[in-house]
Design a protein around this ligand. Structure first.
Ligand SMILES: *Cc1c(COP(=O)(O)O)cnc(C)c1O
Length: 379
């Protein structure tokens, strides 16, 4: 299968290749790392920018359940995609909590809210009471991220007053790790201890869940009943500083618009921040910060041209960037060619690193002018 979206490949300035088989393989790799636990999939932000329409069915076929999204609208879009693809059943959990006033939409589409406060617990309990039926929900406890979930005092109250959960069918008690990508960080064991203690006192919950991608690689103590990988599925290394346990998923190509030779001491790009100290050949590539290639990569990142690693020269523009291709044989016909901005030798983490950002941000920022080309996914 080869499906595409965005402007036609033949004239696109940027092409993102997404390897759907690698996503499926990564799911099995990550799930295999936590053999005692069920494995869900975080698919928020349009499957981390890769395209939820194509990615969700692949993960559903691989066995991902539940799916985690941030917002109600993402959940509705995901339910539609999964149903159309023949997967009407996977559970979908909305991480950002209980949207005000949208309870009926949640229930009509079989979506499960992740309750993040006692106030949300109370609203869900009242709705269950009014409808005379048990309503499913997951419960998020804040054990140290200080972002979402019941703060300590609310968790304590809930433990003391379990009737607050009457009519709520707790599918899961979860928490989220702040420092899982630093395995030696003391916060990991601290959060683990807090979560274990709180979850023990919450016996009504069907499943306990703590680990995101990096958390899974902290070891079995962090796996509990359900793990929630996102980044690792999409090829972002969950173990920074160590070899990646997952396959690369994306390749980002840019098209060369023009090649020129400049003499010494000519400036390159806005602000003339790159100055050639010798005769220099430059290739202008049709990918800029409007496509999600980070401005902060100016004068810092690399690309791969005809098998050679070449530096970005000068500031990234809105619609283009410039590469110093002096090291490429002059007879190489570059204009019109595609060069690699992300490839297996210079992966999403490498480019993110050069730009002072993280793979998560890089992938989710890729813009609408980027042609997406999907490979594999047939099963
Ligand atoms: C995004 C998210 C995940 C997935 O995290 P990754 O680091 O991408 O694996 C898991 N749980 C929660 C609550 C999240 O917000």
């Amino acid at each position: 299968m080869m499906v595409e979206s965005g402007p036609p490949a033949a004239r696109a300035g940027a092409i993102l290749h997404v390897d759907l088989d690698a996503i499926a393989a990564n799911f099995h790799r990550v799930a295999g790392e936590a053999p005692g636990a069920a494995c869900g999939a975080a698919i928020k932000a349009n499957a981390y920018g890769l395209g939820v329409d194509r990615v969700a069915p692949v993960l559903a076929r691989a066995g991902a359940d539940p799916f985690f999204v941030a917002t109600l609208d993402e959940a509705l879009a995901l339910r539609h995609v999964l149903t159309e693809a023949g997967y009407p059943h996977p559970r979908i959990q909305v991480l950002n909590g209980l949207p005000p006033g949208d309870h009926d939409i949640l229930l009509a589409h079989g979506l499960t809210p992740v309750l993040n406060s006692l106030a949300e617990v109370e609203r869900w309990r009242q709705l269950a009471h009014a409808r005379g039926e048990a309503l499913p929900a997951a419960l998020h406890l804040d054990t140290g991220m200080s972002r979402l979930g019941l703060p300590d005092d609310e968790t304590t109250r809930l433990v003391r007053e379990p009737e607050r959960l009457n009519g709520i069918a707790l599918t899961a008690v979860m928490s989220h790790l702040a420092c899982a990508d630093h395995p030696d960080h003391a916060e990991n064991t601290a959060q683990l201890a807090r979560f274990r203690k709180a979850a023990q006192r919450m016996p009504a919950a069907a499943e306990r869940s703590l680990a995101n991608s990096s958390g899974i690689f902290l070891g079995a103590a962090y796996h509990f009943d359900l793990v929630r990988p996102g980044a690792a599925l999409y090829g972002i290394n969950p173990t920074p500083g160590r070899p990646s346990p997952v396959h690369p998923v994306v390749r980002l190509q840019g098209r060369v618009l023009q090649v020129r030779q400049i003499d010494r001491y000519r400036g390159v790009g806005y602000g003339s921040t790159y100055r050639a100290d010798r005769t220099t050949r430059l290739a202008t590539v049709a990918v800029g910060y409007a496509d999600g290639y980070p401005l902060a990569a100016s004068n810092r990142a690399h690309a791969v041209v005809a098998g050679h690693r070449v530096p970005v020269a000068g500031r990234i523009s809105m619609d283009s960037l410039i590469l110093d291709v002096s090291g490429i044989p002059a007879d190489e016909p570059l204009p019109g060619q595609l060069v690699d901005l992300i490839d297996p030798t210079h992966d999403v983490d490498a480019l993110a690193d050069e730009a002072g950002t993280i793979g998560y941000e890089l992938l989710t920022q890729l813009g609408e002018r980027v042609h997406r080309s999907y490979h594999g996914g047939d099963g």
